[in-house]
Design a protein around this ligand. Sequence first.
Ligand SMILES: NC(=O)c1ccc[n+]([C@@H]2O[C@H](COP(=O)([O-])OP(=O)(O)OC[C@H]3O[C@@H](n4cnc5c(N)ncnc54)[C@H](OP(=O)(O)O)[C@@H]3O)[C@@H](O)[C@H]2O)c1
Length: 322
Amino acid sequence: MKAIVQDEYGSADALDLRDIEKPEIDDDEVLIRVHAAGVNIADWAIMNGLPYVARPVYGLRKPKNPVRGSDVSGTVEAVGAGVTRLHPGDEVFGESVGSFAEYATGTEGKLAPKPANLTFEQAAAVPMAGLVALQALSDHGDVRAGQKILINGASGGIGTFAVQIAKSLGAEVTGVCSTRNMDMVRSLGADHVIDYSHENFTQMNQRYDFILDNVANHSMSELRGALTPEGTLVPNGGGFDNHWFASGGRMINAYALKRFVSHKLRPFLVSSKFEDLVPLKELIEAGKVVPVIDRTYPLSEASQAIRYVGEGHTRGKVVITL
Ligand SMILES: NC(=O)c1ccc[n+]([C@@H]2O[C@H](COP(=O)([O-])OP(=O)(O)OC[C@H]3O[C@@H](n4cnc5c(N)ncnc54)[C@H](OP(=O)(O)O)[C@@H]3O)[C@@H](O)[C@H]2O)c1
């Protein structure tokens, strides 16, 4: 099968389109014929071997799994003896191992039936970004109808899902983005849009019950200053300038601070699970959430796709199609 392979950590130049063996599956795994694969900043980070603190998981000197990609949509080709819910021919979306390839493996706990009203290309855009948005708002933010909430980085992969999910929860949503993305963020349902190139939302005298920060361009105390006294902050973003910890440093700060402040600080790592893919699928099938796709690339141009995502200026999601 054709796959995007890397032998060592490095930039997108380290990625190579090659013919390799189809992956074999264990009893608890399924083999997926990949139709489309979503690209995340996590793929860019693993490609680079960042942050260093994650290397025991991904591989100390080189990636343990040489095929990049996790977000997937496709058709189940084969199932292991212990798999009960999925069957060959099922159309699925979710997290897999090595989705920048014609075949990937997965487990039924991280896959769900593909939303019936989406193409494979659209479905591949959903898993990681949709799950971060849903878990941030529902599990960690407990966002409810009537609350005033703000999404910093509303035009990106996570932000475009977060605006729509927050509206479906009945919140009054403010999205922060650049001038070129204001109309797009408004069209997703945002009640108010702040252009970060002209205004700084932390200095606008407006208080929010909940802030999802996908960007990390303000200090924790500036963000807390924009919250109501018992408001909730999910510090989700952060670049990779710190090669050792990346956004982990900001998360540790939030953990350390949270017992000393009235605000609820809720850093978290996304958990890819069937139980959360199903409500996402329901929101999508009800027409409340529509994935926003910025660009699509063929598998042979996966390195361009991942390089573009690494630049941090996508409008919604980037998808590789097969
Ligand atoms: N907690 C977790 O488990 C988890 C999982 C996945 C990802 N993440 C993190 O979530 C963050 C966001 O991920 P993503 O996939 O949504 O990123 P993304 O798709 O790359 O989003 C980038 C967006 O941010 C906007 N942006 C850049 N600077 C901004 C600013 N100063 N103010 C407001 N918006 C700005 C960009 O718009 P312009 O082009 O207009 O600047 C672009 O639309 C990343 O830091 C990632 O590491 C966390």
